[in-house]
Design a protein around this ligand. Sequence first.
Ligand code: PLP
Ligand code: ZN
Length: 352
Amino acid sequence: MIVCSRCGREMEDTAWKCVCGGPLEVVDKEQVDGGELKGSSLWRYQPYLGTEKRVSFDEGYTPLVFIEDCYYKLDFLFPTGSFKDRGSTVMMSVLDHHKIPRLVEDSSGNAGASISAYAARAGIMAEIFVPAYASQGKVSQIEAFGAHIRKVEGTREDTRKEALKRAETVYYASHQWNPWFLQGMQTVAYEIAEQFNWDVPDVVVVPVGSGSLYYGVYKGFKHLLESGVIGGIPELVGVQPEVCSPVYNAVYGKERTCEKSVAEGLLVEHPPRLQEIEDVVRHHGKLVVVTEEEIGEGLRKAIRMGLFIEPTSASVMAALEKVEPSESRVAVLTGNGLKATREINDILNKRS
Ligand SMILES: *Cc1c(COP(=O)(O)O)cnc(C)c1O
Ligand SMILES: [Zn+2]
């Protein structure tokens, strides 16, 4: 069942937005039973997701590795190289069930690449709007999967507007809006809790662009709490680049415009779930901002440890410097470095 996060209205399964304009979410009805689960992918949580597995590569259940002083959730290890596949497998399973023949999406790259792959798997035609500045690695991926790519000059916001026009006639499979995409995100929380033997770490650090990961992680932990599987929700720390931090600004009453950042996956000026995310931040965590230099340092640190992540993901490494050291911190590493080798080289060569 899909309901509006703002007015509570029930909407149909394929709706992406409420008639009131609010974002939608799936109601978690099944209680989680923290016992033995079957399968080695995120679909081990199928009974709790509200849909059946139809379009999947048996993805997820990614490693959680302790290195130096933190657990790293290796969410860059997905079929298309980013955690977006969590959302795609669940959303595309629902679209396949409803026999949606074509879709449109806008993305800085990773969501487009992910949705294109799952669209290829499902035989759904995909049209992806990307900003002209998106990494070539991501654009090539989208094109290779046979999706129609539309490059838009200007900001990420300009790309969104173009896609919305197209969405008047084609199904809008937006990773920022779609409630089923969000539903996939909450599997990160299930996995972390299960990997902690159905317990929780003190802190979970995630990057925030549209905040679907941040909000999804919260929703997942909330579901576990309501099911009586865990005793509390960990502190949820979100990170945004200082040059583009609309969620941080909204929560802490700052005003600033959105500029380009090496963390290209986080440049979302108008997150659809802004209100909901603000609420979670106030009750369950905080947001931090990191400078371009700090992201660069974070990337160096990750690579020194053997983790080849993309710059967007390195924002989390930088944020760890601003989170109190603790025995149980989890940092979610969202994107693979192979997607942005040129950008990574530029950063690494800058100061050496
Ligand atoms: C999309 C993306 C993010 C941001 O996720 P949101 O759910 O939009 O907040 C972070 N890291 C990477 C690598 C991404 O592709
Ligand atoms: Zn509504």
